[in-house]
Ligand binder design. Structure first.
Ligand SMILES: [Zn+2]
Length: 165
């Protein structure tokens, strides 16, 4: 196996919660964990791995905001649904690719018994699909613990309060 440096970061990001339905805008803090890796064990690799992890955490944090229901109108961004659909699709594609890979590898090695390597392919594909889905699911897991929206500093006029002349 190749030598690699792994890094995990746990960071708080400041952003703005924006509701497309009622127009609420409020400062928000999102906490996210990210994972990164780089080849080698030297200091530069550690630096790259940490940077990679911080980027990963930032991406998770920005998606997390789409899953938070609006504190004023309770609506959730419709991007949240497409993110879940994409995550499921990615997990299925990755799982199938892994299953085919495992099957081919077993077939090439000339392992006897079709049943044993189809089982290995199904298990391998299932594990990969679960891992891919789990990585994506970090965006919506633990939202209540990870997000705080400062409603007292909210801006944006809800349509209902517009005064008619
Ligand atoms: Zn809203």
């Amino acid at each position: 196996m190749r030598e690699a440096t792994h890094a995990t970061v746990h960071e708080a990001f400041e952003g703005t919660f924006e509701c497309r339905t009622c127009g609420l805008e409020a400062p928000a803090v999102v906490v996210a964990r990210g994972r990164g890796r780089a080849s080698g064990w030297h200091d530069a690799a550690e630096h790259t791995a940490i940077q990679d992890a911080a980027e990963d955490a930032g991406e998770i944090a920005s998606w997390t905001l789409a899953f938070v229901p609006c504190p004023r109108c309770g609506k959730r961004d419709r991007l949240a649904r497409s993110y879940v659909v994409t995550s499921i699709a990615l997990a299925i594609v990755a799982g199938l690719a892994a299953a085919i890979g495992v099957y081919m590898l077993a077939a090439m090695r000339g392992i006897r018994g079709v049943n044993s390597f189809s089982t290995a392919a199904i298990v391998g594909g299932g594990v990969v699909a679960a891992v891919v889905f789990g990585l994506k699911a970090r965006a919506w897991i633990g939202i209540r613990r990870r997000v705080s929206i400062n409603v007292s500093q909210a801006a944006g006029v809800p349509p209902a309060t517009i005064v008619r002349r």
